[in-house]
Design a protein around this ligand. Structure first.
Ligand SMILES: [Zn+2]
Length: 325
């Protein structure tokens, strides 16, 4: 089959072996897949992964033990878990000690004609979630995870229950997070570097500011770092108020030495946030509560995968979608 493979370098391979199927697995013919910052970070060494990239996809089940799944259009949860370790048994299966992760760790991903996943990972997409929206289920679920971890509701203008929440970063994930927080009645503001992306916020009636126009004042209740850069955390530390919360959404390969003393002095809570609830993301997409169509920058064929990854890396570029046909 055709696939986009990272093994020290990124290359399109016209004759990659098709995935072998284990018991409990489904084989899915991929329709299209989205390029995410994590894919770009992997090509810089993040996770030390080698294999087929890609974890945001929509496809059709061609074979499965569960016959009801065959022919269904699905999105898939990315953690492949053991179900037996202490973390799985205590309900923290996304943190399974023996997990592999689709296109990120020890499991080939979806930038290919076919992908294999356990049937239990699959979610059948309703008709109201079209092929494009389906690609956003996984990143949107990650955005919803924030609501599971932090209380963000509260009116911006009425003390004492007021909250000031900043999403730092106007990229693919930041713009999904901003919409999810707005829908949760959170008085959210997006701070980013690209006026053309911040224009989308205006269209969605979400407040936004250019990074160059703000002065960090240690006054935000919650700062969500979606910058995808090593510097985002440091900036978040300058923006959050004492006893405030920083939510980290960026996965960055490069580390950066920094002084953590301000976290102690200001008693800041730092919350790492990764994968989230697929059902809620699918419902939000089906009910058109989140605009994802505006986030699509370009569609490219799998054969153009190397160029597509280069494009997705450029500043100002939102979602690049790979199509498999
Ligand atoms: Zn486990």
């Amino acid at each position: 089959m055709r696939a986009l493979v990272f093994e020290q370098t990124l290359s399109f391979r016209p004759r990659q072996a098709e995935p072998a199927q284990n018991e409990g697995d489904a084989l899915i013919k991929v329709r299209q897949a989205g390029i995410c910052a994590t894919d770009l970070e992997i090509t810089k060494g993040y996770m030390g992964f080698a294999g087929i990239l890609g974890h945001e996809f929509v496809g059709d089940v061609v074979s499965a033990d569960n016959k009801e799944l065959i022919g269904q259009r699905v999105a898939g949860e990315i953690n492949i878990v053991c179900g037996r370790c202490d973390l799985c048994l205590s309900g923290l299966s996304t943190h399974c000690r023996n997990r592999s992760v689709l296109g990120i760790s020890k499991h080939n991903g979806a930038f290919a004609e076919f992908v294999r996943l356990p049937s239990v990972n699959l979610h059948v997409l309703p008709r109201a979630v079209d092929e494009d929206a389906g690609v956003f289920v996984e990143p949107l679920a990650a955005a919803f995870q924030i609501l599971k971890q932090v209380k963000v509701e509260g009116k911006a203008d009425s003390a004492p229950g007021r909250k000031w929440v900043t999403v730092l970063g106007d990229g693919r994930l930041g713009l999904l997070v901003a919409q999810v927080l707005r829908n949760a009645n959170c008085p959210v503001r997006v701070v980013g570097r690209h006026s053309e992306k911040l224009a989308l916020c205006e269209k969605w009636q979400i407040r936004s500011r250019l990074l160059a126009d703000i002065i960090p004042r240690h006054d935000q209740d919650v700062v969500v770092d979606c910058t995808g850069s090593a510097g985002g955390f440091e900036l978040a530390m300058q923006m959050v108020r004492p006893r405030g919360t920083i939510v980290l959404k960026s996965t960055v390969a490069a580390g950066k030495p920094m002084n953590l003393a301000p976290l102690v002095i200001d008693e800041i809570s730092v919350i790492g946030s990764r994968c989230g609830p697929f059902r809620e993301a699918i419902r939000a997409l089906a009910e058109k509560q989140v605009d994802v169509a505006s986030l699509i920058h370009r569609r490219m064929r799998l054969e153009q995968g190397v160029e597509a990854m280069e494009l997705a890396e450029r500043p100002g570029v939102l979602k690049v979608i790979l199509t498999m046909d």
